[in-house]
Design a protein around this ligand. Structure first.
Ligand code: GAR
Length: 190
């Protein structure tokens, strides 16, 4: 079997997409393994889950210090773990242009909208307010700008009558969990 790509995941919270990526990486034919889960929030539940799975974890809080210093620590942890590709999974902090440049073409993100629609926050409320009948999620390559960069995969779900941001978020999230592992696997095959 060919060597698997070494993937590092950055997250800020719950980590359900990270869990989906880890679960898929355990398939016999997966093209990647998750070698590090890192966070800007030491208390992120996703970090504790990963540690419980025996995955290496790292946390660096950016509070009260310059971004370059904080990012250098994250970078060192990723490099030290031999990470080749970074998957952002609910990492709610904009990476600096310098960090993105160092990992150019090797950072993916998942975003809960059909990009280019609804970059940023409150995507589901905005989709409902706009009267959209279709919502979804996108996986894209990360560039300097927020939720920008070439889209490599999307999944659509219907917006149902009576949907609230929460009910729509749950439907989109389930789609995210299928989309992200498949998109990462396909990205690694090219
Ligand atoms: C996901 O819905 C993800 O698409 C979104 O945060 C959530 C994280 O959930 N990401 C963004 O909004 C990035 N701009 P999770 O921690 O359970 O994976």
């Amino acid at each position: 079997m060919a060597d698997r790509a070494r993937v590092g995941i950055l997250l800020s919270g719950r980590g359900s997409n990270m869990q989906a990526l880890v679960a898929a990486s355990r398939a016999a034919d997966a093209r990647y393994e998750v070698v590090l889960v890192a966070s800007d929030k030491p208390e992120a539940p996703g970090l504790a889950w990963a540690a419980g799975q025996g995955i290496a974890t790292f946390a660096a809080s950016p509070k009260g210090r310059p971004k370059p210093e904080y990012e250098a620590e994250i970078d060192a942890a990723l490099t030290g773990a031999g990470v080749e590709v970074i998957a952002l999974a609910g990492y709610m902090r904009l990476l600096s242009p310098e960090f993105v440049a160092r990992w150019a073409g090797r950072i993916l993100n998942i975003h809960p909208s059909l990009l280019p629609k609804y970059k940023g926050l409150d995507t589901h409320a905005r989709a409902i307010a706009a009267g959209d009948t279709v919502a979804g999620a996108s996986v894209h390559l990360v560039t300097e700008a927020l939720d920008d960069g070439p889209v490599i995969a999307q999944a659509e779900v219907p917006v149902e009558p009576g949907d609230t941001p929460d009910t729509l978020a749950a439907r989109v999230l389930a789609a995210e969990h299928r989309l992200y592992p498949a998109a990462l696997d396909r990205f690694l095959s090219t």
